[in-house]
Design a protein around this ligand. Structure first.
Ligand SMILES: [Zn+2]
Length: 485
């Protein structure tokens, strides 16, 4: 009897060794390819040093352009594999005229448990918003070592094993509830990519995918020397490791005290909207970093700019309705496609506004207004409406008996190909975004703006900027006589 029981136990044990569940087999194969389960589990810290680029998603010349990038130097990504902490330190230099200047910027971005943080060049640490911290936590597992280690944890859930393009794919829910898709090469068994889903204000539900290649031997492990990350279809990071260190000196990865002790940030700050009547029927709606302008026609209102996010855009729209309660707000002029200037357009559509924008943005906005926002449902997801998009080519005039607004494409701007400026000929007011922000230390776009104003023969008394304060036209000209940038 004893012998029979033993035989059954031995048979069961050997069967489980020979044939794990397919989802488990993918993870086991990946661990074996990386250097063996024991070696993978024993790793405490990983330091990746190298070079690379960051893309400029949502801030390039058009949505589809990829000419702009930040060159990375002194790149260092440190992961405390067991301690759930990581930090990226890098110096990034834009390859394009940048409105904060072209000087290299040192960046420190980290996460320690639930606390995400940045450290400014002057050493000041700040806590990140919760959503950004969650993205940083997910980013920690966008590496073969960390995702496979997390998948080996008995508390992890593995599901949906499948094959795709000669890769084997498995869904991994980590012990702390983060969800990933891991793919391994069908023949080498080395991880080829990790995917996780997140919310993007402008794009909605997006896949963040990191692909791995150029594996090399490091201290008994195989590690990729080339890591490429895309958010949706946009390249956000391309890193080449020149030195990788296992269990070396990882430094102190704990969150700086100022960030750790700061309260959690659940969302954007509440909007503050001030209203200043610049002329009859023209209001400057300011209060925070991104302003809007409200224009009154005989039978309707028009907004210029729905920036940032639902919070800002809905507050600006509410202020417009408060200023002129009897008149419908029907249109919004979008100055350009950059994410901080278009992040409120979905909210505007949810309020029934038509979008007036440069024609190069039409396809992107048609897509953006229709995209799924299930991870963080926004105003348009909760109140779906069809988007009306009115494209502008070189110029367009909006006019009735009481008001005239001329929209002009800002030709050849080094800031974006999709820029519109709004000129109110009677009030001699020019509304523009980003190409002249009064108070800015550098002026890379102003010469082009002056050229556009002159070639259109516009008579401008006041500049009404989307960033900064309303100033006389002379302030713009001053940037051309004193600026040395
Ligand atoms: Zn911009």
């Amino acid at each position: 009897m004893i012998r029979i029981v033993s035989a059954i136990l031995i048979a069961a044990a050997s069967a489980s060794c020979v044939k794990a569940a397919p989802e488990r087999q993918i993870v086991d194969d990946a661990a074996a390819a990386l250097g063996g389960r024991d070696r993978v589990v024993a790793v405490k810290t990983l330091v990746i040093e190298g070079t690379g680029t960051n893309g400029n998603m949502g801030q390039d010349m058009t949505m589809d352009a990829a000419s702009q990038a930040f060159q990375l130097s002194d790149y260092k990504r440190t992961i405390d594999v067991a301690g759930s902490r990581s930090r990226i330190e890098q110096t990034r230099t834009p390859n394009f005229p940048y409105f904060q200047g072209q000087q290299p910027q040192k960046q420190v971005i980290g996460v320690d448990g639930d606390v995400g943080y940045t450290v400014a060049a002057n050493g000041t640490a700040a806590r990140m918003a919760n959503a950004a911290a969650k993205d940083r936590r997910a980013d920690m597992f966008h590496h073969p070592l960390t995702i496979v280690r997390a998948a080996l944890d008995p508390a992890a859930k593995l599901a949906n094993p499948r094959e795709a393009n000669s890769q084997r794919v498995v869904d991994v829910t980590t012990a702390n509830g983060l969800q990933f898709t891991l793919a391994i090469d069908g023949s080498t068994k080395l991880p080829t990519r990790v995917v996780s889903m997140t919310d993007n204000t402008n794009l909605g539900d997006v896949a963040v995918e990191t692909t791995f290649d150029d594996y090399q031997n490091v201290d008994g492990l195989k590690l990729p020397a080339h890591l490429t990350t895309k958010t949706d279809k946009y390249l956000t990071a391309d890193i080449r490791a020149t030195r990788q260190t296992i269990d070396g000196n990882a430094g102190d990865l704990s969150a700086p005290a100022a960030a750790a002790s700061a309260p959690a940030i659940a969302g954007p700050p509440p909007a503050t909207v001030t209203a200043e009547e610049l002329a009859k029927g023209v209001w400057f709606l300011a209060g925070q970093s991104h302003h809007s302008v409200l224009v009154e026609f005989g039978d309707h209102l028009m907004l210029i700019e729905a920036p940032q996010n639902d919070t800002r855009a809905l507050a600006v729209i509410a202020k417009a309705k408060e200023l002129r309660p009897g008149k419908p707000l029907t249109q919004v002029v979008n100055t350009h496609h950059h994410f901080d200037h278009s992040g409120g357009l979905r909210a505007a559509v949810s309020e029934g506004l038509a979008i007036i924008t440069h024609k190069l943005n039409t396809a992107f906005y048609q897509d953006a207004m229709a995209r799924a926002h299930t991870i963080v449902p926004d105003a348009l997801a909760k109140n779906p409406k069809p988007a009306k998009i009115e494209p502008v080519d070189e110029e367009s005039t909006l006019q009735d008996a009481t008001m005239t607004v001329n929209l002009y494409h800002i030709a050849r701007s080094p800031h974006a190909d999709t820029l519109l400026m709004a000129y109110l000929p009677k009030q001699r007011i020019l509304v523009e975004a980003d190409v002249f922000s009064p108070g800015s230390a550098v002026h890379p776009y102003e010469a082009n703006l002056v050229e556009n104003i002159r070639s259109r023969k516009l008579q401008v008394d006041r500049i009404v900027p989307i960033h900064g304060t309303v100033v006389p036209f002379a302030e713009l000209l001053k940037t051309q006589t004193t600026a040395t940038h």
